[in-house]
Design a protein around this ligand. Structure first.
Ligand SMILES: *Cc1c(COP(=O)(O)O)cnc(C)c1O
Length: 381
């Protein structure tokens, strides 16, 4: 029988895209890219209007710090715009060594390895450490990139209720024995909740069930002290470090193995030297100042004004439940010159739509108070 190469059941590529867009539109979930010019001081400009942004992950305001910009410029002049190849070939330019030493020092670990992004770091490490005969036990709310890494690895994936150590224990008790290696995945600070993982308890679990604990510290760096409970900590240089790139850190042998076995490191070009140098300078500023404490103070000021549980990190969600109501609240704040992220399904489960506020050390108390009173005035909080 001859294969029909013009299968009528398969739409054209454009029709496929159009149908997909229409389906998203119908659900109110179609998204577009909005041109945005970020400025220092937690400000952002959209369509000629300047906003105070509570929607950036630049928690310490370091992306626009003059010393960070100067370091990037120097590296750009000295080493050029791009790395030219994978780090394993000729892309391992001089700024890398300093950054990795500093990261290891800040994290209190033996060694660190810098990847192209936080996404690539998580995918790279999970697929390097787990395969088909292995088990991955993960918090329900881990970031998409850890989840993607887990799926890509081919390991059996089980999820436990958010921060529920006894549920994680039950899963391990029932399933650990049937698998070879086992990874336990969590985030130190959860990106949509702003709450912290019970790292000490998870550590105890990993000892008991012979598993390796991997914690994504994307939202903790520079704000929440590093606990040192995980076997491997992953993170990003694109949030509090104000630049771009990702990293993992842990024991030296583990890092040496990762460097020669993570596909997302091996088969992707090294970071631009300017991004690496900027991150190094940002980390030094972070180390030498109390800027992270100011960020936390701002978040706590906001949570106290709204009678929310005391903020545990730079992230404060204001739960609104309904998608339309969340969008309306976001639009209301925008008309007053404030940007907050409207977080809806599929990023969070249905019925848990929220405004997500990311605080920066550079936010003024007056703006935080104004946002809180606007939310209260309209019955959102
Ligand atoms: C932002 C984020 C990442 C991805 O980091 P990038 O460097 O932006 O790719 C990974 N994990 C968590 C928890 C994040 O919030």
């Amino acid at each position: 029988m001859q294969r029909n190469t013009h299968s009528p059941s398969s739409p054209s590529l454009q029709a496929f895209a159009r149908e997909g867009l229409e389906a998203l539109e119908a659900q109110g979930r179609r998204r577009t890219l909005t041109p945005t010019t970020r400025r220092g001081g937690g400000r952002a400009v959209r369509a000629d209007r300047e906003y105070i942004s509570f929607s950036c992950n630049d928690y310490l305001g370091l992306s626009h710090h003059p010393e960070v910009i100067a370091a990037a410029r120097e590296a750009l002049e000295a080493y050029g715009a791009g790395a030219g190849a994978s780090r394993l070939v000729t892309g391992n330019h001089p700024p890398y060594a300093e950054l990795e030493m500093l990261l290891a020092e800040i994290k209190g670990e033996e060694s660190a390895c810098v990847f192209g992004s936080g996404y690539l770091a998580n995918i790279g490490i999970i697929t390097a450490l787990a395969g088909e005969d292995d088990l991955i036990v993960a918090d329900k709310l881990i970031h998409a990139c850890m989840l993607d890494g887990a799926k890509l690895s081919g390991a059996k994936l089980l999820r436990f209720t958010h921060n529920d150590v006894s549920h994680a224990r039950k899963l391990l008790e029932a399933h650990r024995g049937a698998y070879r290696r086992c990874l336990l995945l969590t985030e130190t600070v959860f990106s949509m909740e702003g709450d912290l993982a019970p790292m000490r308890e998870l550590r105890a679990l990993t000892e008991e069930y012979n598993t390796w604990l991997i914690a994504d510290d994307a939202h903790g760096l520079g704000i929440i002290p590093h606990g040192g409970y995980a076997d491997i900590t992953t993170g990003t240089l694109s949030k509090s470090a104000g630049s771009y790139g990702g990293y993992v850190c842990g024991k030296k042998e583990v890092m040496d193995y990762i460097k020669t076995s993570s596909r997302s490191l091996m088969f992707s070009t090294g970071l631009p030297p300017a991004a690496v140098a900027a991150a190094t300078t940002a980390l030094r500023i972070m180390q030498d100042s109390s800027v992270g404490a100011k960020t936390l103070k701002n978040a706590r000021y906001f949570s106290s004004l709204l009678n929310l549980p005391v903020a545990q990190s730079a992230i404060v969600p204001v739960l609104l439940g309904d998608e339309a109501r969340t969008l309306a609240a976001g639009t209301m704040l925008e008309t007053h010159g404030y940007l907050a992220s409207t977080i809806r399904p599929p990023t969070v489960p249905p019925g848990t739509s929220r405004l997500r506020f990311s605080f920066s050390a550079l936010h003024a108390e007056a703006d935080i108070a104004r946002v809180a009173s606007l939310l209260k005035k309209d019955g959102y909080a």
